[in-house]
Write a protein that binds this ligand. Structure first.
Ligand SMILES: *Cc1c(COP(=O)(O)O)cnc(C)c1O
Length: 318
């Protein structure tokens, strides 16, 4: 097994695939350089055969990276095709044969002494990969609380993009929830309506309808949420409504789950000690986990346009 090395062999950094050890910056670069950083979180999933690996919705993630960079005035120096090829090449070079996380990060280079007041810093861009096992269909569940922290709003920070500074808000809510004995939080927005969890969107099932806060609720424009809306409609034949959602709807829902690249589909079994439904994973959530897994791992041919295949060398049989 080559997996004894705890980091991948290569990182893609500023236009080149480079050995991990060479990718260092000076300590004085720490601090302001990341205030304006934006990133992406992308997953790659193995298929049923050992040479199968699929990146989920790579193009949409790279397009969102471009939008995030544009909003924080960092210039993207590469085409999306170049970034896409670099990502595929990196996964192959790192000999990735397991479910993995791919994280492009763009930050303002050379900010030492300049802080963040200037605009037009050169953008540095890196892409790294790390193993991240899927928890879909594993039976993993979470208990949640409604956070006392409100979700950042459009008049303070840009909630719809993956802006690194936004995550202090998610982190405060997540820490509060865990210290209070819960696994995760649901944040309300400044209007007191349901927004999202720390790094994950929220959906609830009520009868035959699935309801999720609309994009004006201060949510991040989640690619997983978008995909699940399609699967709920097309595969599970359910009605999905995007609208404002009240806190008490969470307490009365039949099923609640969070979703996102990291969260995948995570069933929530209680909120503020109100059991959700009968307190176990509901049938819609269960069916959705299964349908999503089939899409991610290349079993569902209808959604091939969401998958970028990484052709891997078959690992030697030992
Ligand atoms: C990344 C993220 C999500 C989920 O978005 P995906 O595109 O599905 O990964 C939700 N909320 C926040 C705050 C996020 O950063």
């Amino acid at each position: 097994m080559t997996q004894e090395i705890m980091h991948p062999r290569f990182v893609w950094w500023n236009g080149q695939r480079r050995p991990w050890e060479e990718c260092t910056i000076h300590v004085t670069e720490l601090g302001w350089s990341t205030v304006g950083a934006v990133f992406e979180g992308i997953r790659a999933y193995t298929g049923d055969r050992p040479d199968e690996l699929y990146i989920f919705r790579l193009r949409e993630h790279l397009e969102r990276l471009e939008r995030s960079m544009r909003l924080v005035r960092l210039k993207l120096e590469y085409s999306l095709d170049e970034l896409s090829e670099a990502t595929i090449d990196l996964l192959r070079a790192n000999n990735v044969h397991e479910d993995s996380y791919i994280r492009p990060l763009a930050y303002a280079a050379d900010t030492s002494g300049k802080r963040f007041a200037q605009i037009g810093h050169d953008a540095a861009l890196l892409v790294n990969t790390s193993p991240m096992a899927s928890h879909l269909k594993s039976g993993m569940t979470q208990v949640a609380k409604v956070s006392s922290w409100r979700r950042i709003s459009e008049d303070v920070m840009p909630p719809r993009i993956k802006n690194l500074s936004n995550y202090r808000n998610s982190q405060l809510a997540g820490m509060e929830a865990r210290l209070d004995g819960y696994d995760t939080a649901v944040l309300l927005n400044n209007q007191g309506k349901v927004s999202e969890g720390p790094g994950a969107c929220v959906m609830l099932v009520s009868g035959n309808q699935v309801v999720t806060p609309h994009v004006g609720s201060g949510i991040l424009e989640s690619i997983t949420r978008d995909a699940l809306i399609v699967l709920l409609r097309e595969v599970l034949d359910l009605e999905v409504v995007e609208r404002e959602v009240d806190r008490t709807e969470l307490y009365l829902a039949d099923e609640v789950f969070t979703c996102g690249t990291a969260a995948e589909v995570t069933p929530i079994t209680s909120i503020d000690k109100y059991p959700v439904g009968n307190g176990s994973i509901g049938p819609v959530t269960r069916a959705l986990e299964s349908a999503f897994d089939d899409v991610l791992r290349g079993r569902d041919a209808r959604y091939g346009h969401w998958r970028t295949p990484v052709e891997l060398a078959v690992p030697a049989v030992v």
